[in-house]
Write a protein that binds this ligand. Sequence first.
Ligand code: MTE
Length: 300
Amino acid sequence: MAHRWTNDLTHDDVTPKSAYLNRRQVMAGMAGLGLAALAPKARAAADLTPTDFDVITQYNNFYEFGTGKDDPAKHAHRLTTKPWSIKIDGMVDRPGDYALEDILSQMTIEERIYRFRCVEAWSMVVPWNGFELKDLLDLAGVQSSAKYVAFETLYRPKEMIGQNSPFLDWPYVEGLRLDEANHPLTLMATGIYGKDMPKQNGAPIRLVVPWKYGFKSIKSIVRITLTDKEPPTSWNKSIPGEYGFYSNVNPEVDHPRWSQASERPIGGGFFAKRIPTLMFNGYEQEVASLYEGMDLRKNY
Ligand code: MTE
């Protein structure tokens, strides 16, 4: 279904085959390889070597557990993730509380190896497991009046100890335009490296939008609302002069306080070479048409 978008090497291509890969995932890997051979790349394929599991799970932004990069790994164990459900409401035919196990029983989990670029100018390569957001939206039946999708993270200050400080206006919220949400690259991720999603990475289920800065990829989602109005987003509410709604990775539009032209791959050591940042984080071919006619400098 979506394998055509996996124009990256998969985990399987760069590491020995692991037992967890099912047949469909292996096929995804082969499709990915085929496309990768055809697609010219600005950066070498080596930059799609997955970042180590330990790095992905110990250097995090999850402000519900504190503001330090190591706080989520220290504190996220408090989070209860079972039972878990997602309320899907707004402009849908079948609104309701969808139990996560019921959702998962209707989805096929694939592996997607994506570049992940934080607005703070660091990056990783993450082998996610998940399913396309579009498949979940189809379950709920999106009505034709809907134009945007709003997302909300759990609010549970007893477990998410960072929510006891007013660092952000909790709960964390994010949003996408409906066509962005329906794009085959847009993933609801339930794991990394074939393991259940670690709590610090947004257990049990989070969004991954690989062509946008990492803060759009909202974690531990409990509510999805279809709406006809552009939804508020946490970082735009907090610092509107620095963060907009779109937040597409763009090496030509600097953050007001730093350059976005290059990035620091995490895990390569302190002296690791910075690498050039790619337009739309390397997914320009797939997503540029979503923004035709828009001023990408203004719609940051
Ligand atoms: N989602 C929630 N609920 N809370 C957060 O603080 N941080 C965002 C995003 N999703 C965040 C969130 C930011 S700034 C980034 S860069 C990524 O999660 C980090 O994801 P990672 O820790 O899995 O690398």
